[in-house]
Each structure stands twice: as structure tokens, then as C-alpha cells.
Design a binder for this molecule. Structure first.
Ligand code: NZQ
Ligand code: ZN
Length: 390
């Protein structure tokens, strides 16, 4: 077992109609003006934005709004948000939406409170020293950004998608009403379930000694998400299934499933981020499309953990060698993705990268050959290219 730090400062307010408490929750922070940040329209259509604004007004909180965040959120809107917040004297950002909106809010929060170009933090040219306080009203169970230290932004020129991790950006509170996710299209719900699973699997498949307790939490979390994803496929309005998945989304990425591990692999995420940057695909669907190819490429190095995942989570029998179990587990995982209408290849994801584009993604993913990714097997530029090809 590895030493670890576990830091989850986010207050979670979970359950039906909890969004109505938003104004009262923000009152605790004594802020002067809030910027309500949201996406491309779902929150207007559902009436959520109106309810949030009313809750702020009832609590006597001044606010402005900035919508327009797109999936794989753009740096240009981040710059616009920074300008607006500075001009208006905003000192609290309320993100109403999913991972993209929350990540955009975190980036704006860095930009307002640090000198220089915020993109430098995403290019790893420095670390933020501050961030505006962020609150969240979550509308999709997926990225886990409502409790995570991470923000992922895409610079439109060159389609470069990069992350910045800092505890400073962990949201102060996250309002989670599972009912709000009932308006999601099936593809987004399932894409979210895959992302949640991947946040646990990336940590679970590692080269450390690990902790029995963390393994058990991770395995149960994975089984819970798989079971409830299947329920939601046929009954998207099942509140309990929505709730199980939503809470799993937060626990999957707030650090809990990484306690005592070496931090995890994360190659699948790095490989997918290039797909998101270049082709603007839904993040979870992109992960489903590349995971099997990555898994087969590295399984000879991390066989025992793959075998454990297969038996404990994917229903593979105890008999046979670790490698046999591991390979059956990879097949079973792909079968699960298929069963919830998720892609298991780039073709099924709806994209056909050319040789040149695959080379370019492998280059960008390894920072032009300057870094390797993954820990199950260390992957260099050529390995990443081979995984895209598969
Ligand atoms: O923009 P609107 O109109 O709101 O539509 C969104 C968007 O099109 C829609 N949606 C969200 N809630 C809805 C809804 N539609 C109907 N009803 C609702 N209740 O869903 C679409 C996807 O939203 P998005 O926020 O992009 O989804 P997600 O939460 O999956 O976030 C994906 C982004 O998060 C990053 C990903 O790379 C990607 O850019 N990630 C962030 C992480 C983090 N900060 O910790 C970790 C993840 O690994 C991930 O990389
Ligand atoms: Zn993810």
C-alpha cells in the first residue's frame, strides 16, 4: 500500500429539489457578485436556469450570466469569462451543467486570480496560486469535476486539449439532484457511465501493492454503475438508478478510489483527450472506443490486475491462467459497452482518422515525444500511434 493524501473539501447537497437551496448555499460565502456559467441551452430548455436565478434573487445575491460552454470546452470562452468577471467584480462562479461547464468555470477562476495567460497552466508552464470559489449545480453524471481537482480545456487553434490539476479549484459545494439528469439523451447518459467507470479503472489498473479496502470500493462501484446503466437504458426515469450513477460519478473521481494506489495509469484518458481535441467526440464514448485496444496492448504487463477485474467485476470464472481470465475480462468489458450502445472502435465512434492524423495525435499526446504516458506499461509516441491504429 502506498502513502496517500485524501482531500475532498466539497460540500455535497444530494437529492430531489436540492437546486432550490443554491441561493442559501452561496450566502455562506459572503460574496459580492456571482457569475452563473452554463452550456449550450439544456438548462434553459429544462427551466433549471430560471429556478437557479430565482433562488439567487430570493437570497439577495447579485449575479450575471454567461452561457455558451460547449462539450470539450473552448479556451476562447474562458478568456471571455475572465474579462467579464474582472469587469463586473465577480467573486464567485456558479457552474450549472456538466464537466465542460465546471471545467470552464475552474479555468475562468484561475484566470481572474492569477497574472499572465491562463493557458500556461494547461501547458504545464506553471501552477495556479489561486482560484475564485466555485459552486456547482450538476446536470450530468460523468466527469466527476464537481468534486475533482481537474479542469480540461481545448484550445481551438490546433485542437489541443489539456488538463490542469489543482486542489484550489475543487468546488466549494456540489448540488446534485439526480432528477436533473433525466432529460439527458441516452448517448450522454451512457457516455457518462463509461467515464465514471474509467475513472475507477484507470486507478484500479496500476502497478502498486494496493489496498483491499480501496479495491473493494472500486469493484463495488463498477458493478453498481454497470447494473444501473442497464436499468437506465430501458427506464431513463428511474430515480434510484440515476442517484446511484450520480453518486458513483463523484466518488469515482474525488480521489477515494485512488487511496493507497500509485495514482493509476491514465493512458486511456490521455489517448482519448486527443480524439476530443481533434474530432470533438463525447469524452466517455471516446474512452469506450479506445479502451479495448489499449487493454490488449498492455495486458501482458499488468495481467494479474486485469484478471482480478475480470473475476470480481466482469463475471469471468476463477478457472484458467491469469492471462486467460484477463483476456476474457477485456472481451466482457467490450460486450458491456456494446450492450449500452457505446462504441468499441474509432469507426463505431463515427470518426476515421487518416494515418497522418493518427501520427499527429500520438505526437501531441506525448508532447512531441517529450513524455511517456501510462504506468501499467509505459507508452511512448510509437505505442500510442499503434493503439490508435488498432
Ligand atoms: O451544453 P448543454 O446544452 O447543457 O448540453 C450538454 C452537452 O451537450 C448536455 N447536457 C448536460 N446536462 C444535460 C444535458 N442535456 C440534457 N439534459 C441535461 N441534464 O450533455 C452534453 C455533454 O455535457 P458535458 O458537460 O460536456 O459532459 P461531461 O460531464 O461528460 O463533461 C465532459 C468534459 O469533461 C472533461 C472531458 O474531457 C470533457 O471535456 N473531463 C473533466 C474531468 C474533470 N474535470 O475532472 C475529468 C474527465 O476525465 C474528463 O476529462
Ligand atoms: Zn474522464
Amino acid at each position: 500500500m502506498e502513502n496517500f493524501q485524501y482531500f475532498t473539501p466539497t460540500k455535497v447537497v444530494f437529492g430531489k429539489k436540492t437546486e432550490l437551496q443554491t441561493g442559501t448555499l452561496i450566502q455562506e460565502y459572503g460574496c459580492k457578485k456571482v457569475m452563473v456559467h452554463y452550456g449550450s441551452g439544456s438548462v434553459k430548455k429544462s427551466g433549471l436556469l430560471e429556478r437557479i436565478c430565482k433562488s439567487l434573487e430570493e437570497a439577495g445575491i447579485a449575479y450575471i450570466t454567461l452561457g455558451g460552454v460547449v462539450p470539450n470546452p473552448h479556451l476562447s470562452l474562458v478568456y471571455k469569462g475572465i474579462e467579464l468577471c474582472k469587469k463586473e467584480g465577480v467573486d464567485f462562479i456558479l457552474a450549472v451543467g456538466g464537466g465542460s461547464v465546471i471545467d470552464s468555470a475552474k479555468a475562468i477562476g484561475y484566470g481572474v486570480t492569477n497574472p499572465g495567460d491562463v493557458w500556461d497552466f494547461y501547458e504545464k508552464k506553471g501552477s495556479p496560486k489561486a482560484c475564485l470559489p466555485i459552486g456547482v449545480v450538476l446536470t450530468i453524471a460523468a466527469a466527476g469535476s464537481e468534486m475533482s481537482n481537474s479542469s480540461v480545456i481545448t484550445k481551438e487553434e490546433g485542437g489541443i486539449k489539456r488538463g490542469c490539476n489543482s486542489d484550489l479549484a475543487r468546488p466549494r459545494f456540489a448540488v446534485m439532484n439526480p432528477e436533473l439528469t433525466m432529460t439527458l439523451p441516452e448517448y450522454q447518459t451512457m457516455s457518462g457511465c463509461v467515464d465514471i467507470m474509467m475513472h475507477t479503472i484507470e486507478r484500479y489498473l496500476n502497478r502498486a501493492d494496493n489496498m483491499e479496502l480501496t479495491d473493494g470500493i472500486s469493484e463495488h462501484l463498477l458493478c453498481t454503475v454497470m447494473k444501473n446503466a442497464k436499468i437506465l437504458l430501458h427506464h431513463p426515469e428511474n430515480y434510484n438508478a440515476r442517484a446511484e450513477v450520480m453518486w458513483a460519478g463523484s466518488l469515482s473521481h474525488n480521489g477515494l478510489t485512488g487511496c493507497g494506489t500509485d495514482g493509476g495509469d491514465w493512458a486511456t484518458h490521455q489517448i482519448e483527450h486527443e480524439l476530443g481535441g481533434m474530432f470533438d467526440v463525447a469524452h466517455g464514448a471516446g474512452l469506450a472506443a479506445v479502451w479495448g485496444s489499449w487493454a490488449r496492448y498492455v495486458v501482458s504487463e499488468g495481467t494479474e490486475r486485469f484478471a482480478r477485474l475480470a473475476v470480481r467485476v466482469l463475471g469471468v470464472s476463477e478457472t484458467g491462467s491469469d492471462m486467460e481470465k484477463a483476456l476474457k475480462g477485456i472481451e466482457a468489458m467490450e460486450e458491456f459497452f456494446r450492450s449500452v450502445n457505446m462504441p468499441i472502435s474509432l469507426g463505431q465512434l463515427g470518426i476515421k482518422p487518416t494515418e497522418e492524423q493518427m501520427r499527429e495525435m500520438a505526437e501531441k499526446c506525448t508532447f512531441w515525444g517529450q513524455r511517456t504516458i501510462g504506468c501499467v506499461k509505459t507508452l511512448a509516441q510509437e505505442d500510442v500511434y499503434q493503439i490508435y491504429r488498432k
